[in-house]
Write a protein that binds this ligand. Structure first.
Ligand code: GDP
Ligand code: MG
Length: 163
């Protein structure tokens, strides 16, 4: 197993889409509704000469007894224990929701790098303009479009600087 990158975040922010983009196996199932990714998925990928394994923490199971927030906390904890680097994914269309604040708070305890990426910034023009409210989280931000690929290079260059 190579350098482990975990993608964490609320359901439907685009984790599986990003996982799919970062892995080269095409194994991830990406659907237009929440909760499709039942389990953690692992896939190998590479960015230029840097090899890594990416984890889609997926995880949210709608019919499970545990509430969503508890499942997300577990996923974040697992990522902090297991991964070498965490990509915390936010939804640029939703803005910051309470669950995001909670996970952000947890990730402050992480002893590994945590990169905050704001997804669904589909316009390649001046992406920073669309993520203003997220700066209150007090960290550097990476605007991306997992769907179209914008910003992913900047994010991955930073990821790879830690490999
Ligand atoms: P997950 O629950 O976090 O794994 O989210 P998914 O990857 O399943 O994506 C949830 C929804 O967001 C799907 O309808 C995706 O097509 C959509 N989505 C993901 N990334 C983007 C993006 O960059 N832009 C837009 N517009 N939609 C996206
Ligand atoms: Mg998913």
């Amino acid at each position: 197993m190579s350098f482990l990158i975990a993608i964490v975040g609320r359901p439907n922010v685009g984790k599986s889409r990003l996982f799919n983009r970062l892995s080269q196996t095409g194994d991830a199932i990406v659907h237009d509704f929440e909760g499709v990714t039942r389990d953690r998925q692992y896939a190998d990928g590479k960015w230029y000469d840097n090899r890594y394994t990416v984890i889609d923490t997926g995880g949210f199971v709608p019919e499970a007894e545990e509430p969503m927030l508890r499942q997300m906390r577990n996923q974040a904890q697992l990522a902090m224990d297991e991964a070498d680097l965490i990509v915390f994914l936010l939804d640029g269309r939703d803005g910051i929701l309470p669950a995001d604040r909670e996970i952000a708070q947890m990730l402050r305890q992480a002893t590994k790098p945590v990169l905050f990426a704001v997804n669904k910034i589909d316009s390649p023009v001046n992406p920073e303009r669309h993520i203003g409210e997220f700066y209150e989280l007090g960290t550097e931000l990476y605007p991306i479009s997992a769907e179209h690929g914008h910003g992913v290079a900047q994010l991955m260059d930073e990821v790879c600087s830690h490999i």
